[in-house]
Ligand binder design. Structure first.
Ligand code: ATP
Ligand code: MG
Length: 380
């Protein structure tokens, strides 16, 4: 997996892509836009789909923002969508499906957080500008009004997207005070998009890392899973470690970096771990399907038992006896703290506990029955 920065995109190329993608979803945005306009409401495609259309990776999820309150949205979708559901009316979000499209429509928000509380206070807003201003990154704060297809970019998101950089619309300090989860999201989007993070954003993440503690474990977990399942997890993980965020959300990882010993008697366990993660990703296609969280997270955690079990023996020998068992225990504890489902915890911890069984496999020392035993013990 190459770490060389991708060349900047040209604005002309970005505009061409958006035009082509909007044409592709033309019937949805024209019909839905007309329905809202007739009711005197504003509607705009916003956030992820606008960003992804520019990168050329727009999928079937279409997020909209609107002046309409949820009850009105629901009424306007009835008779048009194939199915409508409540995704969180209190937060303003109504979902629907129309053919292959998954649509989420959220009322304009001006959301603020009480920094001492875990609960977001939601205030519905009145303007698209206000709604865009409270979004996390400039590349996520662009909108296309429908049905007019007017492009709205108040914070220079298109330039940042061309340069592949994550920047906050306002100061990163204000943004992260409002919602510290955005620090995790910076790392997640770096991993998903292969973007860099602006230096002032990295500085704020570093200074404010401890604020992540007010965020619920579930929200942190969801961002971590997306980061690990992304195309460039190394970028996101490095950012978490370098800013100090990992010390709060996944302390076992920076602990591996402390294992570097000055005489280089054994490999840098942290670097080795990131390499194993990437090797695991390279083999993933054999499992069929897409990114596999269990195997990726097991690769990341496989050596976390090493710091606790390291012993210096005579003759300059370093040992890590039982680091597999200790690592499986630490993995369980961490995944429980992050509120993972028991099935995921069991699957990852089992792989961590069994990882030493692979010794000798590469040199052909495994017998058929050893392979069968491994498959039985490791499960799916
Ligand atoms: P994907 O759905 O592909 O993971 P996305 O950009 O749609 O990416 P979501 O988490 O679905 O990400 O959020 C949708 C949009 O809502 C974002 O693009 C961003 O504009 C805004 N957003 C979501 N969470 C936050 C947050 N915590 N702070 C500020 N803005 C947010
Ligand atoms: Mg989304």
């Amino acid at each position: 997996m190459s770490e060389a920065p991708l060349p900047p995109l040209t604005i002309v190329e970005i505009q061409r892509r958006v035009g082509a993608e909007l044409d592709r979803i033309g019937s949805v945005i024209d019909e839905l836009g007309a329905r809202f306009a007739e009711a005197g409401e504003e509607l705009a495609l916003v956030g992820g789909p606008v960003r992804d259309a520019m990168i050329g990776r727009l999928q079937n999820d279409l997020d909209f923002t609107t002046s309409a309150r949820p009850d009105t949205t629901e009424r306007l979708l009835a008779g048009w969508a194939d199915a409508v559901w409540d995704m969180g009316r209190a937060f303003g979000t109504i979902g629907c499906r129309k053919g292959p499209w998954q649509v989420e429509i959220t009322t304009y928000r001006s959301e603020s957080y009480d920094p001492t509380s875990r609960k977001p206070d939601v205030d519905f807003g009145d303007s698209l500008a206000g709604d865009l201003g409270r979004r996390d990154f400039t590349v996520n704060a662009m909108a296309v009004r429908v049905p007019s297809r007017d492009f709205v970019d108040l914070y220079g998101g298109i330039v940042d997207l061309a340069e592949r950089v994550l920047r906050t619309p306002g100061t990163p300090e204000d943004s992260f005070s409002d919602d510290p989860l955005r620090m995790m999201r910076a790392a997640r989007f770096a991993a998903q998009l292969g973007f860099s993070v602006a230096p002032d954003v990295v500085a704020a993440m570093t200074a404010m890392a401890g604020r992540i503690e007010i965020i619920s474990a579930e929200r942190v977990r969801d961002e971590l899973v997306k980061l690990i399942c992304a195309p460039h997890p190394r970028l996101g993980l490095k950012l978490l470690v370098d800013t100090g965020l990992a010390a709060y959300v996944l302390p076992e990882l920076p602990a591996l970096a402390l294992e570097r010993d000055e005489h280089h008697r054994h490999k840098d366990v942290y670097e080795h771990t990131l390499t194993v993660l990437e090797q695991s990703i390279d083999l993933e296609h054999r499992l069929g399907g897409g990114p596999d969280f269990v195997s990726r997270f097991a690769a990341l955690m496989h050596d976390v038992g090493k710091p606790k079990t390291r012993r210096f023996e005579s003759g300059g020998i370093v040992t890590f006896h039982h680091h597999d068992v200790v690592g499986a225990k630490l993995t369980r504890k961490r995944m429980q703290a992050l509120r993972f489902a028991n099935a995921d915890i069991d699957a990852v911890a089992t792989l961590v506990e069994l990882h030493l069984r692979f010794h000798g496999y590469g040199s052909g020392e495994w017998t058929d029955s050893a392979v069968r035993r491994y498959v039985r013990d490791a499960g799916d």
